[in-house]
Design a protein around this ligand. Structure first.
Ligand code: NAP
Length: 284
């Protein structure tokens, strides 16, 4: 039987509906969640991501504050803007779209965002909280990955999970989250030997490599859940994931498409973090 398609679009739409209800509830208490989205420069992919994030905010009732700086912006200019946003009570979440132009130190910028406004979950405080299993603002793509796995009904506790890719944005946080859910996690990277064997014994596979068709369909264990995070622009301009979709579909129990899998969930989780940050402001 071919794999069930894990529909990230409709899962994300359901989350956005729940968040819209929560946003109205917060509004009734005098708080409108607000997200500042900062874009530096003209990177074409970043412009698309930022546009999607801003429009998703508006659809959910979250206030969106756009801050576009030129490619030539200095680190000091960006840090001054973040300082203002940190102090602004209408801003509950701050997102600085990566990558940043060369003259700006990404790490310094991430560390300048108040951890309680760090809706991307990249600040070392949030990374630390995630790794010790405390509540935190968790990285959006990784949170989306776990929600997609949950949507299949697979029992994560006790399952073997292989994560291919160890970036701070996707691979590592996804591994920490699955570990917190009691999966037995293997993180694979470019120096890993016998990736095919690692994947072949895994009940859950998360591919975050950035190479089209890197994960071969024949590697997939029968009945596995496969989450494809990869976004690769092909010569025909179409998007493709990191997994050989058709071949993997013949063996997996469930698989995400690209596009329409992880992508929409990343944005839904960003909105969720923003609403959470606004809610925490009331509780404090
Ligand atoms: P990244 O920072 O470039 O990390 C890629 C990872 O893949 C690295 O850990 C690298 O290993 C590993 N890798 C590279 N070649 C490999 C090989 N031959 N065998 C095993 N591992 C290998 O990428 P990223 O930011 O995590 O993103 C990964 C993909 O996800 C990209 O296509 C990106 O566009 C996509 N993405 C999608 C979303 C979404 O919302 N859908 C969000 C974020 C990213 P080393 O560490 O050893 O170099």
């Amino acid at each position: 039987m071919p794999a069930a398609l894990i529909d990230g679009k409709s899962l994300a739409a359901g989350i956005r509906d729940e968040l819209a209800a929560e946003v109205s509830e917060l509004a009734a208490r005098g708080v409108r969640p607000g997200l500042a989205v900062v874009l530096v420069g003209q990177n074409a992919a970043s412009q698309v991501y930022v546009r999607n994030k801003r429009s998703a905010c508006e659809k959910t009732g979250i206030a969106s504050f756009a801050h576009d700086l030129p490619e030539s912006a200095s680190e000091e200019e960006l840090l001054s803007l973040i300082k203002l946003l940190n102090e602004d009570p209408a801003v509950h979440g701050i997102l600085v779209q990566l990558p940043l132009p060369r003259q700006i130190d990404e790490k310094r910028v991430i560390r300048s965002i108040l951890p309680e406004k760090d809706v991307d979950g990249f600040h070392p405080v949030n990374v630390g909280l995630l790794s010790i299993g405390d509540s935190c603002l968790a990285p959006c793509t990784a949170a989306g990955v776990v929600a997609l796995i949950d949507s299949t009904g697979i029992e994560i506790a006790g399952a073997r999970a292989a994560i291919v890719g160890r970036s701070n944005i996707v691979g590592k946080p996804a591994a920490m989250m699955l570990l917190a859910r009691n999966a037995t996690v293997t993180i694979c990277h470019s120096k890993t030997r016998e990736i095919a064997e690692e994947i072949g014994r895994s009940d859950i596979v998360v591919a975050a490599v950035g190479k089209p068709s890197f994960i071969k369909g024949e590697w997939i264990k029968r009945g596995a859940v496969v989450i494809d995070v990869g976004i690769n622009r092909m010569p025909d301009r179409k998007l493709a994931g990191d997994v050989e979709f058709h071949e993997a579909s013949k063996r997996a129990a469930a698989i995400t498409p690209v596009p329409g899998g992880v992508g929409p969930m990343t944005i839904a989780m960003l909105l969720k973090n923003t609403v959470e940050a606004a809610r925490l402001k009331i509780v404090r």
